[in-house]
Design a protein around this ligand. Structure first.
Ligand code: ADP
Length: 549
């Protein structure tokens, strides 16, 4: 140095042209003594004189001064050594610059001086400030995030925890910081977790990373809660970190459970209601069935009642008819009985008179008259009995096998005693094979009735034709006479009870016989018809069938 000075080396010049801003400051006088060009440039100053007077040392306030003013800093400086600090200074152009100041005490001069070297750090400070700002923003975002966020390193150590996460797990942030994330997991996840990270780091295949899944968290107080975990891998300055976002599912689960519970309750209610409804429907159905049964029973009862009423009506009618029949019979009998009874009485009286032996013929005559009158009376009574039996439904069909010829002969024989003088019955009987199968008694009754009419309503010396023919299972009968015949206008009433034709009033009769014949024929399921001409004669045709036995 001395050599250089001796050789006239200008240190002032070197100071002047140094690339860094430099300032020589007198501690004793507390004022700047010298500044170089670079410093003037730094402060946009025009002249050194102005700069030294007003420059960075002006007391002009400029809030905020994060680094403090240069005077303040210098006042606090220790008395020796080299020191570094930051200031923020206003340049002459009005801009503020962040400057790094390095001070060096220079003690060996007539008065102790301070050499200050200024370095413009504005850019760095600005970017640091920006970084800080963005960090703060990020921090604010992370801290105010609703979901919990936990940042762990590859060893599972928690690097950062936000407020939500600390609240969720019930720890202070500081308690969590630096501890293994295991403390937040219930067994067996704890044991699996390390292996899981290792596995992921080795294979690059993750179960949660980038996917998200539902897991259980363990609170500081030992309680557990469900949450959805989303993990993303973060690479920061060559370090691998994992950021876990924790979305609490407690409420959701509670809501789900509540919904489930409500659903179950609803289902149960529906089931209960359905059961009740089914019960009601069943009861309804049952009462319906009961009602239907009752209706049916009532209908049956009504039908029975109607039938009873009908039967009652019918039996009343029958009763009425019978009593009518009886009263008519009484009136008829009083009239019809009188003649034969008078005959009997007078003949009996006369019989008493003919005592002599030569009077036998007369006695016989009166005896015959008595006999005939009795037969007459018996016939009337027989008709009446038959009719009342028919009316009461007491006559039952009783079929038997018989020969048509035998029946015909039997009937014809019985009729002989009734024949008038000179009257005769011409018969023609054709039996069949096998024999006829009918109620013989009824059939006989029919023929006797018709034959007695034929005898009664035809004159002496007339012929009565009695023809019976069996054709298979059918009998055809013909009873024809040459008598008085039936007037045309009376023919339609012929089978009516008590009806007597106008031309027969002088002949004894009750008007019952043909009615009985018709009813007997009906009973046998047969048919009866007649042909008659007044004054010429009458023919009755009877046809009866039977079923094979
Ligand atoms: P009844 O002979 O006792 O009067 P019926 O019932 O047998 O009663 O006959 C009814 C009526 O039919 C008779 O009164 C008579 O007028 C008429 N009649 C029946 N058969 C004959 C016949 N063969 N010829 C003429 N008239 C007959």
């Amino acid at each position: 140095m001395i050599d250089l000075l001796e050789k006239g080396f200008d240190f002032n010049y070197m100071f002047e042209w140094m690339p860094s801003g430099m300032l020589v400051y007198s501690l004793a006088r507390q004022k700047p003594l010298k500044s170089n060009r670079a410093l003037l440039r730094l402060f946009d100053a025009d002249s050194e004189e102005g700069f030294l007077r007003y420059g960075p040392f002006s007391a002009e306030p400029r809030p905020p001064q994060p680094f403090g003013t240069l005077q303040e800093k210098l006042a606090l400086l220790p008395p020796d050594g080299s020191h570094r600090f930051m200031i923020e200074a206003r340049t002459d152009s009005g801009a503020y610059k962040a400057l790094q100041v390095t001070t060096t005490h220079v003690p060996a001069l007539p008065e102790p001086l301070l050499l200050l070297v200024f370095q413009d750090e504005s850019k760095e400070v600005e970017s640091a400030r920006e970084l800080l700002q963005s960090q703060k923003t990020l921090e604010a975002v992370i801290n105010t995030a609703v979901d919990g966020i936990v940042l762990i390193n590859e060893n599972g150590i928690m690097q950062m925890v936000n407020r939500a996460a600390s609240q969720l797990f019930g720890y202070d942030k500081e308690e969590m910081h630096g501890r293994n994330v295991h403390i937040l997991m219930p067994s067996p996840h704890t044991e699996q977790h390390n292996g899981y990270i290792d596995n992921y780091l080795k294979s690059g295949v993750g179960k949660i990373i980038g996917i998200g899944r539902e897991v259980e968290g363990l609170r500081k107080d030992g309680s557990r809660f469900p949450f959805k975990l989303g993990v993303s891998r973060v690479e920061l300055e060559g370090k691998i970190l994992f950021a876990g976002v924790i979305h609490d599912l407690t409420e959701q689960k509670r809501a789900e459970a509540r919904i489930l519970h409500l659903n179950k309750e609803l289902e149960q209610k529906v089931e209960e209601r359905t059961e009740k409804l089914t019960e009601v429907v069943n009861k309804l159905l049952q009462s319906n069935i009961k009602l239907e049964r009752e209706i049916k029973e009532r209908k049956a009862a009504e039908a029975a009642l109607r039938q009873n009423q009908e039967e009652l009506r019918r039996s009343l009618e029958k009763e009425k008819e019978l009593s009518e029949l009886k009263s008519r019979f009484v009136s008829m009998a009083s009239h019809e009985f009188r003649t034969p009874l008078t005959t009997i009485a007078s003949s009996a009286e006369l019989l008493g008179l003919y005592t002599e032996s030569g009077q036998q013929e007369k006695r016989d005559k009166h005896l015959r008259r008595i006999q005939s009158a009795v037969t007459n009376l018996t016939g009337i009574l027989g008709d009446f009995l038959s009719l009342s039996k028919l009316e009461e439904g007491k006559i039952h069909i009783n079929p038997v096998y018989f020969s048509v010829k035998e029946l015909g002969t039997e009937v014809a024989d019985e009729m002989q005693s009734l024949l008038k003088p000179g009257q005769r019955i011409e018969t023609d009987f054709q039996s069949g094979h096998p024999e006829a199968y009918l109620d013989k008694k009824i059939l006989k009754n029919i023929f006797i009735n018709l034959l007695s009419n034929a005898i009664k309503y035809s004159g002496e010396k007339s012929t009565i034709y009695f023809k019976l023919t069996q054709e298979g299972q059918q009998i055809q009968a013909l009873i024809r006479d040459e008598g008085i015949g039936i007037p045309l206008e009376d023919q339609k009433y012929l089978f009516t009870r008590f009806f007597r034709a106008t031309n027969s009033v002088n002949i004894q009769g009750t008007g019952l016989g043909l009615n009985i014949v018709k009813r007997y024929t009906d009973l046998l399921g047969g048919k009866i018809r007649f042909e008659s001409m007044e004054g010429e004669g009458t023919a009755f045709f009877v046809q009866v069938r039977w079923e094979k036995q």
